[in-house]
Design a protein around this ligand. Structure first.
Ligand code: GTP
Length: 594
């Protein structure tokens, strides 16, 4: 295809502003999906299938329009995957910035816009959902124009639902997004912007060719690993994969299949070149994904440990960012310490392990990675709080910090500042996007964000605030380890690293919570919180009295059965720690503050 007729673009938006619905309309209007087989969220449907490993998700769809070839490239929408978003953007020349006309600009609108501007993309501002009675296109066109520096009249208005304005938008893409430029005669260079594992076909790699040409039955080279593979199939997606005999040329977007079985061999951000005629330089900016949040995962039933390992191995085929290593806990037995990109990533992995692999797991409260410098100059990286050194020999502790951006109606400034201040945030700046909407920027420790920060923010702002954050290096902090002891024994899975000023309150709070969460046993269970050898809080779970037991079991048969069933249900998520039965909730009790 002549690069002059190609337009590569993506749609960027805050969650729920209507990206998928607009993409659906584009598929339909360009005739790629006919009205008969059209269903809501066509691309999302594939998402589910991809999860189950049945079909390939369209990460990039080729749309014919008015003599041109439009490649619509999908971007993952969440903060955890910012790196992948930025790679998808590198594959485009233009971006549709989609904003819900009833909501206005939100945190991910901004975050994505900045990424797109960094990638030098032509930005097309678009208000969506103009069919909604609550839409305020005038107001938000002004807000959007102010943000990107254009006239309110330059802001397009569409409804992904009714299709209004979508043709005009496609015309506008053709007219305003620059065609790709590249050197057709140079050695091939293609950017990997996504790679997914498919049970039947192995890894499917999505690429955007920058220079040169990639063909079928060619030996290709992955530049970051120097591994070579043969392309078994190469093609475009429209909307299902279509093999192409000609291969892919300058500016084209498509997929290739080499038969590798593990996405780590075909990493997002890497450069593909031809093995016979290799490019000298990789495309800029390749990064290994770096886990930011760690948690322990343990099978409730110790016999399921091999199954857990197998499940993690399988998930890793499809998730290059997932890292794990075996770990033994005195309290929980054999399990794994697993590293994630962020909280969402963690939830997805945990849910998949349980849902797709049928495992029952105990997960410990998540923590960030600490760098501890000892007085003798040695250093250690702590990914598990129980490994935090105790004693007086620590010189410095560093924790990861974030640049966080919160967008909210101005009336909530006070509440937001209070939350951030309470979590050791440092105000970096504040801007009014319009009369009543404000952007507040903070430096916040990542460790403070992973503990129900978002929930607090939502509840204190009645759901109106949105949050985005990115890693911003590390900072020194005065941190200590708080241990929790049951019957005098420290339970490693309960240890947490907390700021010194909060350690006492944390200990008291945890001891109280555990007293409520751990059911009464046949014997008394003292709970203590301690920093080193110093006990800072104490609670007691009293033993169940004999006569209460007698009464329970003496009742009529149906009541007894009910009781037994209830117990059985409860047992599912119980773990024996020493002689004490501890429910799953206790291991993540630290996650909720009240
Ligand atoms: P995520 O994939 O979750 O990020 O969301 P999204 O941005 O893809 O949004 P999606 O297309 O799923 O739409 C979110 C909601 O808005 C859905 O309930 C849609 O039906 C609705 N919606 C999308 N576009 C329009 C529109 O133009 N008008 C109206 N009235 N509703 C819309």
């Amino acid at each position: 295809t002549d690069p002059a007729v190609i337009r590569n673009f993506c749609i960027i938006a805050h969650i729920d502003h209507g990206k998928s619905t607009l993409a659906d309309r584009m598929l339909q209007i360009t005739g790629v999906v006919d009205d008969r087989s059209m269903r809501a969220q066509y691309l999302d449907r594939m998402d589910i299938e991809r999860e189950r490993g049945i079909t390939i998700k369209s990460q990039a769809v080729r749309l014919p329009w008015d003599g041109h070839v439009l490649n619509m490239i999908d971007t993952p929408g969440h903060v955890d995957f910012t790196y992948e978003v930025s790679r998808s953007l590198q594959a485009c020349e233009g971006a549709i910035l989609l904003v819900d006309a009833a909501q206005g600009i939100e945190a991910q609108t901004l975050a994505n816009l900045y990424l797109a501007m960094n990638a030098d993309l032509h930005i097309i501002p678009v208000l969506n959902k103009i069919d909604l009675p609550a839409a305020q296109p005038e107001k938000f066109a002004e807000e959007l124009a102010g943000l990107i520096g254009c006239e309110p009249s330059d802001v397009l208005r569409v409804s992904g639902k009714t299709g209004e304005g979508v043709r005009e938008l496609l015309d506008h893409v053709v007219a305003s997004v620059p065609p790709p430029v590249g050197d057709a005669d140079a050695a091939a260079r293609a950017l990997i912007f996504d790679s997914v594992y498919d049970t039947y076909r192995g890894v499917v790699t999505y690429v955007r060719v920058i220079d040169g040409h990639l063909s079928k039955r060619e030996r290709i080279l992955m530049m970051s690993t120097s591994a070579t593979h043969e392309t078994l199939e190469i093609g475009v997606i429209s909307p299902e994969p279509k093999p192409s005999e000609r291969g892919l040329g300058v500016g084209e977007v498509g997929y290739l299949i080499t038969g590798v079985k593990d996405v780590r061999q075909s990493r997002v951000g890497d450069t593909v070149t031809s093995a016979a005629k290799s490019a000298r330089e990789m495309l800029a900016g390749y990064e290994h994904p770096k886990p930011m949040v760690f948690s322990g995962l343990y099978p409730i039933d110790g016999d399921e440990y091999p199954e857990l390992r197998e499940a993690l191995d399988k998930l890793q085929l499809n998730d290059a960012a997932l890292v794990y290593e075996p770990e033994t806990s005195a309290a929980l037995g054999f399990g794994f310490r697993v590293g994630f990109l962020g909280l969402l990533h963690m939830e997805i992995v945990r849910e998949r392990l349980e849902r797709e692999f049928g495992l029952s797991l105990i997960s410990t409260a998540p923590n960030v990675v600490y760098r501890v410098v000892m007085e003798d100059g040695s250093e250690l990286t702590v990914t598990n709080p129980s490994e935090f050194p105790t004693g007086g020999k620590i010189a410095q502790v560093f924790e990861p910090v974030t640049k966080s951006t919160i967008l909210a109606p101005a009336e909530f400034i006070g509440a937001i500042m209070e939350i951030c201040q309470g979590r050791r945030g440092q105000l970096q700046g504040m801007d009014y996007l319009s009369e009543d909407r404000v952007e507040i920027r903070y430096t916040l420790p990542l460790g403070e964000i992973i503990f129900d920060f978002f929930d607090q923010l939502k509840s204190r702002t009645r759901g109106y605030a949105s949050l985005d954050y990115e890693p911003a290096g590390e900072a020194e902090a005065d941190l200590v380890k708080v241990d929790i002891l049951l019957q005098g024994e420290a339970v490693d899975a309960f240890s947490a690293i907390v700021h010194k000023d909060k350690a006492y309150a944390y200990g008291v709070d945890m001891a109280k919570k555990l007293r409520e969460l751990i059911p009464r046993q046949q014997f008394e269970v003292p709970i203590q919180a301690a920093i080193g050898a110093r006990v800072i809080a104490r609670e007691n779970i009293r033993a169940i009295r004999k006569d209460v037991l007698a009464k329970c079991y003496g009742g009529d048969i149906s009541r007894k059965r009910k009781l037994l069933e209830k117990q059985k249900e409860g047992k599912k998520r119980m773990k024996m720690v020493g002689r004490v039965e501890v429910p799953q909730e206790a291991f993540v009790a630290a996650l909720s503050t009240d």
